[in-house]
Design a protein. Structure first.
Length: 181
């Protein structure tokens, strides 16, 4: 059951960890017995200044124990996450789309697509692609990565050097929030 309280900004959940709030950005891999979930926490660096720090949690699917937590940079939000096999590579990767949020910007102008490999219960960063915008959605498409970044849809190819290469782009959208293959 979810309880909300009416505040100045509308309805605010009393518990931010309830299932209706946390189940929206969870992925799992059939080849790796884990669940992956973006998470956030707040720190007080200086009096009156609150900084949100986001994490990528690797959770055991049987015991729900947190096996590993990867911390993102300050003001970096994890927006999308998938498990996929790319190219001819037999390894299953966790791919996370993040953006840097600046309160003065109407929409994020910088972001990253980060490719992780889970080995012996720990995440290892394999590749990182800096992008101009927020990757609202990422999906696997023909062993490639399809990403909705702000108003652009981009197709990335996984190279032999374990890097994402922009193969093509489509620019005629208002905003690319969802992709379905």
């Amino acid at each position: 059951m979810r309880h909300d309280m009416l505040g100045e900004d509308g309805l605010v959940p009393l518990r931010t960890d309830c299932a209706s709030r946390t189940a929206q950005n969870i992925t799992y891999s059939s080849s790796i017995p884990t669940i992956v979930k973006p998470s956030n926490a707040s720190n007080m660096e200086q009096t009156g200044l609150e900084v949100e720090v986001h994490h990528l949690l690797i959770i055991d699917q049987h015991t729900f124990e947190v096996l590993h937590a990867h911390q993102f940079m300050a003001n970096e939000y994890a927006l999308s996450v998938i498990s996929a096999k790319l190219g001819d590579d037999p390894i299953a990767y966790y791919i996370v789309g993040t953006c840097f949020v600046n309160p003065d910007e109407p929409e994020p102008k910088l972001g990253r697509i980060i490719v992780f490999h889970l080995s012996e219960g720990r995440l290892q960063q394999v590749s990182e692609k800096e992008i101009k915008g927020a990757p609202y959605t990422i999906v696997e498409f023909n062993s490639k990565l399809l990403a909705g970044i702000n108003s652009t849809v981009r197709l990335y190819e996984w190279t032999q050097q374990r890097d994402l290469h922009n193969e093509c782009s489509y620019f005629n959208t208002i905003i690319a929030l969802y992709l379905k293959t």
